[in-house]
Design a protein. Structure first.
Length: 217
């Protein structure tokens, strides 16, 4: 080997540097690996709602929506309904700025608001994915159903005005205080004739995080 030839083996320093770069890349990529799983979970929830709607329609004719106000006394059913609803809200409903601005942090504590959102979700499924899906149903959903629900939620909950619309940097797809699904589902399934459970420190913290991100109020 002549004096100006490079040795055939990398130095320990070079290997250590390479290992450091690989580790840095791994840390940068790891969080991204969770995204496909979350997207898949959301897709499965929405597909299940659409399948249930299609099955129900095939058996009983025109589609109907479940009623939150008349939901069976069963915590598992309540949890499933709220899980499907919050998934749909994050994927569809809260993509509309007026809907995101008018939805209160305490929406889960308002049975009338949950009722409105639940039927609106099923109207969306019928318009887009049901066996009778059509352009006219989609038009009705956009022109009448969605604006009507937004208007009623804004009126009954009293949450929105021009000066406290969320800032543009807020993630509108974040469902307010979704951490409360479990206690609200249990209350509504078993004790809906009694006062609801109060918000916990976790719920207040979640609301505060959204407020720091630009939520109204």
């Amino acid at each position: 080997m002549t004096g100006d030839q490079h040795p055939p083996y990398a130095s320990a320093t070079a290997l250590a540097g390479l290992a450091h770069e690989v580790e840095a890349l791994r840390r940068a990529v790891d969080p991204l690996r969770q995204l496909p799983g979350r997207v898949d979970e959301l897709a499965k929830l929405l597909a299940r709602v659409a399948d249930e709607l299609a099955d129900h329609t095939a058996r009983s004719g025109p589609p109907t929506a479940p009623s939150w106000l008349m939901l069976p006394v069963d915590p598992d059913t309540a949890r499933q309904v709220l899980a499907e609803l919050t998934a749909w809200m994050g994927a569809v409903y809260l993509r509309y700025p007026d809907a995101a601005a008018s939805l209160p942090d305490c929406w889960l504590w308002h049975p009338d608001v949950v009722e409105e959102l639940l039927w609106l979700m099923h109207a969306w499924c019928a318009a887009y994915q049901g066996p009778a899906a059509s352009v006219s149903l989609v038009g009705d959903w956009h022109d009448r159903y969605r604006p009507g629900v937004v208007r009623r939620i804004k009126t009954t909950a009293g949450t929105c005005s021009l000066e406290n619309h969320p800032r543009p940097d807020r993630d509108h797809s974040t469902v307010p205080v979704a951490e409360a699904v479990e206690p609200i589902a249990g209350w509504w399934a078993r004790h809906r004739d009694q006062p609801p459970p109060g918000p916990t420190d976790e719920h207040y913290a979640a609301a505060a995080r959204l407020q720091r991100g630009g939520l109204r109020r």
